[in-house]
Design a protein around this ligand. Structure first.
Ligand SMILES: [Zn+2]
Length: 152
């Protein structure tokens, strides 16, 4: 499924909702201790996968955290309904390292930090809100090729 950065789809909202996350524990590894989360959402019309891909970005654009996290906020039961594979459904629910992305040496540490962050229900609500926004923009009614046709 195609994934696109939220800041490219809803630039102003992404800016307004930007959160800085503090990770003081990374100082001992000589890594930056401040990050913002870059969100990627699926833009496939009709797909209701209810997940976000998250990357940690430091203020220094040259620094690569080297981590891509998959996070699904629904239950395993929900994902199993459309994945129909209990193992994959378990991976889709909750936070895990994205198996199709290259992960850097500290990916596991960032995953732990992310798991702490999503204990904050307002952050989870923010992901859900952003997901809904993206779906509103990218979902095309069945039988239509593209939203561009609405102009004609
Ligand atoms: Zn999807």
């Amino acid at each position: 499924m195609p994934l696109e950065p939220f800041d490219r789809i809803c630039h102003d909202i992404a800016r307004a909702d930007l959160r800085v996350c503090e990770a003081p524990e990374l100082a001992s590894l000589s890594l930056p201790t401040q990050y913002f989360l870059r969100e990627f959402y699926c833009t496939e019309s009709g797909c209701d996968c209810r997940r976000v891909l998250v990357q940690f970005m430091a203020h220094d654009p040259l620094f690569q955290a080297g981590v891509t996290i998959n996070y699904g906020w629904e239950t395993v039961k929900f994902y199993n309904k459309w994945i129909r594979d209990p193992k994959l459904a378990r991976e889709a629910a909750g936070a895990s390292l994205e198996p199709f992305a290259a992960q850097g040496p500290h990916a596991g540490k960032f995953l732990l930090i992310f798991k702490q962050l999503i204990e904050d229900p307002t952050l989870v609500a923010l992901f859900r809100r952003h997901y809904q926004l993206v779906k509103k923009i990218t979902d095309v009614p069945p039988g239509r090729g593209s939203k561009l046709h609405d102009l004609w």
